[in-house]
Design a protein. Structure first.
Length: 330
């Protein structure tokens, strides 16, 4: 109804400002057209009418197909996870750097910083532009055996690892665990049937992917942010008005708290008995391990150094007593 009313209201202005540009927006949501991410893009498409763009939305439950369609120019815009965004913008793809975002506040400040006009120069890479970042929550380690809660105990374990995500592969190898190549469609099944000892996922995966089956009576979830999942809106820049990307980034940043409500709801659905809290010593070991891998990936050109420095600045503003801040690391 809101969209119809806005279209009617805009109808008279089209004579003065030109017809709306019709564009196709391909949206990846694990739950398809029934998911909360897709629901938010419907609201977003209504706002985009004010910026001169009339989106036709297409829902995808397979992220790879959505990205491939975007590459093949069947989509003018696409919503994908940060891990998939690396070929389009290394700076923003680094938002999902392992250990880079330890809290919601750091993520909020990061999203707001990226939405600033001062950051606009980093949002375009080649013909692509990042038009906004949506938070999707911390990524946790799900374990079939909750006693495996230290870095050392992960050695030799089988971990379902997203096969296209180089940082995840490097991290699993770094701890001496065995990589079991997986994708977003089958990692939970491997965890649930015992093909792997562990898998990493955000809270939203717990209920719809039935990961409680893999946790059983002995499993656990480490209450530690391995990374922070995000969704990124990528455009074929030349198909949109010049100021579209900046307007979009500001608008998307403004819905952070609404996204947090979804994340909190998903987290609350996890049975409290599964949470495993690390000791301070193990917490510090995890942080140091993630930092080592993060810096290695930067040196290899996988992560963007500018984004890593920005994230470190935000982490240190939140926790100035942290070792990386006191010692002025990274």
């Amino acid at each position: 109804m809101l969209r119809a009313l806005l279209l009617m209201a805009l109808g008279t202005s089209q004579l003065a400002f030109g017809a709306l540009e019709k564009r196709t927006f391909c949206v990846y949501d694990p739950l398809g057209a029934n998911g909360s991410i897709y629901g938010m893009t419907k609201d977003y498409s209504t706002i985009a009418l004010e910026w001169g763009v009339d989106f036709h939305l297409r829902a995808y439950t397979d992220e790879k197909i959505a990205v491939d369609d975007f590459k093949a120019e069947q989509c003018d815009a696409v919503l994908m996870t940060g891990a998939r965004a690396r070929p389009f913008n290394k700076f923003t793809a680094t938002v999902e750097a392992i250990g880079g975002v330890p809290s919601d506040d750091v993520m909020r400040n990061l999203v707001n910083t990226i939405a600033s006009p001062k950051a606009a120069k980093f949002m375009t890479e080649g013909r692509y532009e990042v038009a906004g970042i949506l938070p999707a929550g911390p990524i946790y380690l799900f374990l079939r055996d909750r006693t495996v809660d230290s870095v050392e105990e992960l050695s030799g374990k089988r971990i379902a690892t997203i096969e296209y995500d180089e940082p995840s592969m490097k991290l699993v190898n770094h701890v001496g665990a065995s990589v079991v190549p997986s994708n977003s469609a089958n990692f939970s099944g491997k965890f649930n049937n015992g093909s792997v000892d562990a898998a990493y996922a955000p809270a939203v995966a717990y209920k719809p992917l039935e990961m409680y089956k893999g946790l059983g009576n002995k499993g656990g979830i480490l209450r530690f942010n391995l990374a922070y999942l995000d969704f990124q809106l990528i455009l074929h820049k030349d198909r949109f008005p010049a100021d579209f990307g900046q307007k979009s980034r500001v608008k998307i940043a403004s819905v952070f708290d609404r996204m947090r409500e979804y994340i909190d709801k998903d987290t609350a659905e996890i049975d409290d008995k599964y949470w495993v809290d690390l000791s301070k010593d193990d917490h510090d070991k995890y942080n140091q391990m993630l930092r080592n891998v993060r810096i290695s990936l930067r040196d290899e050109g996988v992560y963007d150094g500018n984004m890593l420095r920005l994230m470190r600045k935000l982490r240190c503003a939140e926790t100035p007593a942290a070792a990386e801040c006191v010692e002025k690391l990274e």
